[in-house]
Design a protein around this ligand. Structure first.
Ligand SMILES: Nc1ncnc2c1ncn2[C@@H]1O[C@H](COP(=O)(O)OP(=O)(O)O)[C@@H](O)[C@H]1O
Ligand SMILES: Nc1ccn([C@H]2C[C@H](O)[C@@H](COP(=O)(O)OP(=O)(O)O)O2)c(=O)n1
Length: 439
């Protein structure tokens, strides 16, 4: 049951909503598409469509009064053109006539339908400008298979809410594809983005990540260089006889400090992912959509694997971030809202890729959010105090850390990194000796 106070956080029109049950039946009686609005808060507001005029209340909360509301969705399939289209729409919706609108993430999901990702655009003033600008935006995208449709939400005579779905004609004009009543739906037991994670953000093989980066060579020149480096690496790198220890954790938990001192103590070789040979292209890929960005980091791990293989024949190896970072950040970015929305423990996204060299031990450094704020501020990078606090207290780091903790085979062994540098080092060395034997 959706609680009115939860809806209130998202809304520009707080409204007492009661008795919201889930009636997800479409015109044919089959489960129709469902939608989840990803507000800035931690809850999803879900709705579905009904052809009938049943008396169930609809989640009007997302339509600002006296304004209007629109939606756009594109397939979330692991396709580079679709990922770029989503990014392009996102950028355009921050500009010009959309400045006065509130743009929220929207997921369209359903038993039969493939996941779509898009936007709910709340225009607090209404008026024809926003709708015109959206039509212009869609027409300006050129030939696209399939062109995004425009959802327009409007109130009916009895105050009920309808969604009209329009297909725009290239030359002008538009065709109404569907007019359906908006009715409330329960939040699904599994966050709608979970089933697509393994295809869109968490890569479980070199080939899967490689094929994404390969599709980018025509518009990201650096992609070719990354692929060349990957292709030079031996396939299925094998670990040498020396131990391989990975240090993971959120930003400012002390990874650099620990890896350097462990390195000195063990006379080990220090590596990091992404490796130095591709880190100059990191910014380029960080500016790309998730699909491309995560594929870049995934390939970085395979390059590091070949470095680990070589180095571990000669000395112990310490690695600053590796696959667990790539997966945990990807999961936490893709799954909006609260920590409970993460894929459940033992889900396939938490499993190590079969073709990637496995470390002997993975240590996860954790500190309290307060201590992390102190360390972030002490380091004094470009963020303001307020930004730092916001970042450290948001749900995002909690989701990253929880994802790390759910990783399996190898799992992450947690280390409380709040004590002094010396004490943390002692604990880490103890765990390494315990796990990897005498070094
Ligand atoms: N155990 C510790 N106690 C206090 N400060 C620490 C400790 N470990 C690291 N720091 C400081 O916290 C900041 C972040 O550490 P760093 O090693 O750069 O983290 P990361 O590599 O995980 O981002 C640095 O200024 C570092 O000197
Ligand atoms: N092996 C890796 C390393 C980093 N990443 C991604 C995950 C996050 O989006 C960022 C974190 O990088 P950040 O700059 O905070 O890393 P450092 O703390 O500087 O090591 O990079 C990754 O996906 N895979």
């Amino acid at each position: 049951m959706l609680h009115p106070s939860r809806l209130g956080r998202l809304t520009l029109l707080p409204r007492a909503l009661s008795a919201m049950s889930a009636p997800p039946a479409g015109a044919s009686g089959q489960a129709g598409p469902c939608f989840a609005v990803e507000g800035p808060g931690s809850d999803l507001v879900c709705f579905t469509l009904s052809a009938g005029a049943s008396g169930r209340p609809e989640p009007r909360c997302f339509v600002p009064a006296p304004g209007r509301c629109y939606s756009l969705c594109v397939p979330a399939a692991p396709s580079v053109p679709m990922a770029r289209l989503h990014r392009r729409l996102q950028q355009r919706l921050r500009q010009g006539p959309f400045g006065r609108c509130r743009v929220l993430g929207l997921l369209c999901y359903g038993a039969q339908a493939a996941l779509e990702k898009g936007f709910l655009i709340q225009d607090p003033q209404g008026g024809p400008e926003t709708e015109r600008a959206l039509e212009e935006l869609l027409r300006g995208l050129g030939e696209l298979p399939p062109p995004p449709l425009l959802g327009v939400y409007e109130a009916g005579e009895r105050g009920e809410l309808w969604q009209c779905l329009w297909a725009l004609r290239g030359a002008g004009g538009r065709d109404l594809l569907r007019r359906a009543r908006v009715v409330a739906a329960e939040e699904p037991p599994l966050h709608p983005a979970v089933p697509g994670l393994s295809h869109a953000a968490v890569f479980h093989s070199l080939e899967a990540a490689r094929s994404v980066v390969e599709q980018c060579t025509s518009f990201i020149p650096e992609a070719t260089a990354v692929l060349d480096l990957v292709d030079k690496c031996p396939k299925q790198s094998k670990k040498g006889e020396f131990p391989v220890i990975v240090i993971e954790g959120l930003d400012a938990t002390g990874k650099t400090t620990v890896t350097q001192s462990v390195n000195d103590s063990l006379n080990a070789l220090l590596l990091r992912s992404p490796p130095a040979c591709i880190s100059q292209w990191r910014k380029t890929f960080d500016d790309e959509p998730t699909l491309i960005r995560r594929a870049f980091y995934a390939l970085g791990n395979y390059i590091v694997a070949s470095e680990i293989a070589k180095a571990s024949t000669k000395s112990p190896v310490v690695v600053d971030r590796y696959w667990h970072s790539t997966a945990a950040y990807a999961i936490a970015t893709e799954i909006s809202g609260k920590v409970q929305n993460l894929p459940p423990a033992h889900h396939e996204v938490y499993q190590w890729p079969e073709d990637l060299l496995k470390p002997d031990l993975v240590l996860l450094l954790t500190v309290s959010p307060e201590e992390r704020i102190r360390r972030l501020q002490g380091r004094g990078l470009e963020k303001t105090e307020e930004e730092t606090e916001l970042e450290a207290n948001s749900l995002f780091p909690q989701k990253v850390e929880e994802s790390y903790k759910r990783m399996e085979n190898p799992r992450c062994q947690e280390v409380d990194a709040s004590p002094s540098r010396e004490e943390v080092l002692r604990t880490v060395l103890y765990l390494i000796k315990k796990h990897c034997g005498s070094l």
